[in-house]
Design a binder for this molecule. Structure first.
Ligand code: R7I
Ligand code: MG
Length: 297
């Protein structure tokens, strides 16, 4: 599969997962119907911040945390449903405080919400062939708003998965690589649970109680990874499973949707929903510009 298809599939897959999940955020577990969604599918903070990440990598021809931080607050639209901590951190940065200080003002050890992991996929795209920079850039880009090791590690699992997918790895190889990525015990244990779940018949309830469905990175990234590894070759099935978890549906399906989208490519995403996705042309354009920067640095 060509890189164009994977880059576009990843970013559109993220935004569509976010937009399909947003109406069900905070819902209880159980199957959701996609029949009665509004004509235009609006995305939330997950996609707005991923746009900031992508625009910054393009404009700066690589990673510049100060530029990325500035884009985060310039793009910021309160109606997109940002986490409370992130809203405060972005306001402090806008007022002139450096991000490396602002990121510890709300939670003294930095936030361990999933707000860094939800926007990390474009970093995985940009550095897919550059494992030396992938980790460091993922950590620092996360730190801008989420300085806690659990938030940064969640983001690293997403960028690692994206880079593995872009290199054409199988799902088995991707899981193997993820099992070796994290040095944090809590993530290692959850990924081992993911591995064992893939061998059995597992319900949404099992996933919720063992892996989680909350706004915390540790309680959402492993669930998104499970959804991708279980259903990833079918984008809509992946997203529908994430929605069935309830809780932080938009972010879990944004993360799993980015992975599935990169895995199957844009041609295999559901056209009837993409047509209704807000800013689909802008997102497609950004993914192609990002690829251009990777090919012609
Ligand atoms: O992580 P964040 O940007 O939120 C992302 C989620 C996604 O679902 C978005 O779509 C949006 O809906 O929200 O926002 P943060 O405020 O940094 O973290 C989310 C929440 O996690 C916080 O509001 C806290 O409730 C909790 N949290 C913490 N609680 C105690 N101590 C995060 N870090 C801490 C902490 O250090
Ligand atoms: Mg959201």
């Amino acid at each position: 599969m060509d890189l164009k298809s994977r880059f576009t599939g990843c970013l559109i897959g993220l935004a569509l997962g976010d937009a399909l999940g947003a109406p069900f955020e905070g819902s209880p577990s159980g199957k959701k119907s996609l029949q009665y969604l509004p004509p235009v599918l609006h995305y939330s903070d997950d996609t707005e911040m991923s746009i900031g990440v992508t625009e910054s990598l393009i404009a700066e021809k690589g990673f510049n945390p100060d530029d990325m931080a500035e884009r985060f607050y310039k793009n910021f639209n309160i109606r997109r449903g940002y986490g409370a901590g992130t809203i405060s951190v972005l306001r402090l940065i806008k007022k002139g405080m450096h991000w490396s200080e602002a990121n510890k003002k709300v939670f003294p050890q930095g936030s361990f919400g999933n707000g860094a992991a939800m926007r990390a996929a474009p970093i995985g795209l940009f550095y897919f062939n550059d494992s030396k920079n992938l980790k460091e850039v993922t950590y620092t880009a996360s730190s801008i708003t989420h300085d806690h090791p659990l938030a940064k590690e969640g983001a690293l699992l997403i960028t690692t998965a994206v880079s593995e997918i872009l290199q054409g790895r199988t799902k088995e190889e991707i899981l193997e690589s993820l099992l070796h990525t994290s040095e944090i015990k809590e993530y290692q244990e959850k990924l081992k649970t993911v591995e064992s779940f893939l061998q059995k018949d597992i319900t949404a309830e099992d996933v919720i109680s063992a892996l989680g469905n909350s706004v915390l990175a540790l309680e959402s990234v492993p669930s998104a990874i499970y959804a991708f590894l279980k259903y990833g070759e079918d984008y809509l099935k992946t997203v529908e499973f994430c929605l069935s978890l309830g809780g932080d549906t938009d972010t879990i399906s944004a993360m799993a949707g980015a992975l599935s989208g990169a895995y199957v490519g844009i041609e295999n995403l559901p056209e009837e929903f993409i047509e209704r996705l807000e800013d689909k042309d802008k997102l497609q354009g950004l993914s192609l510009e990002l690829l251009e920067r990777v090919i012609n640095p």
